[in-house]
Design a protein around this ligand. Structure first.
Ligand code: CA
Length: 420
């Protein structure tokens, strides 16, 4: 964070108040960026001039804007993170192995009895502590790794870069509002390069709308108070559609001849899935709540890996981070904290796919008349559904899983070779 000495700030405030901003951006006149002493490339200063004027017009506090944006500059670490796309996509199996570790399970189990507010939090929001501890573990290593970047500067940089401008400006405005309200100081507002703060990594808008005080001191402190952070996470999940008493996922075993094309498809109750050949891996009976709850099937590593029925609560976890792997990670940790054992079907060894391979597969699907979306290397739902349709048409198990073998077959067919 760039901190100006106080005397300069006083001068600046006077200069700003005398200058009738935002019209100060007139040709030749001083701009808000000049008056704020901001530095950086033209894209950043242009954005700052524009944002300052719009923020003022939108009702932001001039005092807070002047104080918090004075001397600001873009953070080069944010630009490089925002632009980077890893060459190899991390396979889900590898990601989960990194998440569900023996150390984390042992620590998480100890945390179950470490927070005296857990019974009240569970009662109020209906979210079990094991899920909250899973989120806590994933987001900040149980509060130990909250990020030390200046969230205001990071969000300003992201807004100026422009790829996610509307989002970043909204979050920056929320961050300034938090500081203006006195709920947190600028020096407290530390977090990740993408603006996530505190023990449960809330973005500023989520803090404003959803953070709660659970330790009874009247302050919402997601940085210093584990009960506040965990209750805030519970509130976020509850708002995200958490259903009290239902599971998040359950591992299932698929009988031979199962129609893999049902994955990421219909939503129905566990009894329907049983009729299709998916039975609960642990052999237990479904609870009354689960038996009436619609679920869909996922095969994160295709037919070679574990299969799960996912319930609404899996989707609620994805309000935190909209990724199947993330939600599975939280849920699998929770299963272990609650005393469950490892999966019945182990995670297979997967081959990381290069960006070129993923884009080639998408281009091949397009060429063959399917609709995977623009070839961008992101294997999302459209790509998987296209792949399933192609697999089905070729008489292959339609698991929608892009393996090196599938890529080879797709490319050969698209280049005029024989089908699969
Ligand atoms: Ca508190």
């Amino acid at each position: 964070m760039s901190v100006s000495p106080l005397p300069r700030r006083a001068v600046l405030a006077l200069a700003l108040s005398a200058c009738a901003l935002p019209s100060a951006a007139a040709p030749g006149g001083p701009t808000p960026a000049d008056l704020l002493g901001a530095t950086g490339e033209p894209y950043f200063l242009d954005w700052l001039n524009d944002f300052y004027a719009r923020a003022l017009a939108g009702g932001a506090s001039k005092t807070v804007l002047d104080r918090e944006l004075s001397g600001i500059s873009p953070d080069p670490r944010v630009s490089s993170r925002d632009a980077s796309q890893p060459e190899f996509a991390r396979p889900v199996s590898d990601y989960i192995r990194g998440v569900v570790t023996a150390d984390r399970i042992a620590l998480g189990i100890r945390k179950r009895t470490a927070i005296s507010q857990f019974p009240a939090i569970e009662q109020t929001y209906g979210v079990p502590r094991d899920i909250l501890i899973g989120v806590w573990a994933m987001e900040s290593g149980f509060g130990a790794l909250q990020g030390d970047m200046d969230v205001v500067r990071c969000l300003a940089t992201l807004a100026a870069l422009g790829r996610r401008r509307a989002w970043a400006e909204g979050e920056l405005t929320a961050a300034l509002k938090i500081i203006g309200s006195g709920e947190a100081t600028r020096s407290q507002m530390k977090g990740s390069w993408a603006g996530a703060m505190g023990q449960t990594q809330f973005i500023p808008s989520a803090f404003l709308s959803t953070a709660v005080d659970a330790d009874g001191d009247g302050k919402r402190d997601i940085w210093g108070s584990a009960p506040d952070a965990l209750a805030s996470a519970a509130n976020l999940l509850a708002k995200g559609g958490w259903r009290r008493g239902e599971s998040w996922h359950r591992e299932v075993i698929l009988r031979s001849g199962f129609d893999y094309g049902l994955s990421e498809g219909p939503k129905d109750v566990p009894g329907w899935w049983e009729s299709k050949g998916a039975r609960r891996a642990d052999g237990q009976a479904w609870s009354k709540a689960d038996a009436a709850a619609p679920a869909s099937l996922i095969l994160p590593c295709g037919l070679a890996g574990p299969a799960f029925l996912i319930f609404q609560n899996h989707m609620a976890i994805r309000t935190y981070n909209n990724s199947i792997a993330y939600a599975l990670g939280v849920g699998l940790l929770a299963d272990r904290f609650a005393g469950g054992g490892p999966l019945k079907t182990p995670w297979p060894k997967e081959t990381p796919l290069s960006l070129t391979d993923r884009m080639d597969a998408q281009s091949a699907l397009q060429k063959l008349g399917y609709n995977p979306g623009q070839p961008d290397g992101v294997v999302g739902l459209n790509t998987r559904q296209s792949l399933r349709a192609w697999q089905k048409a070729r008489g292959l198990p339609a698991d929608g899983y892009l393996s090196p073998d599938m890529i080879r077959r797709l490319k050969a067919e698209a280049n005029g070779g024989k089908p699969g």
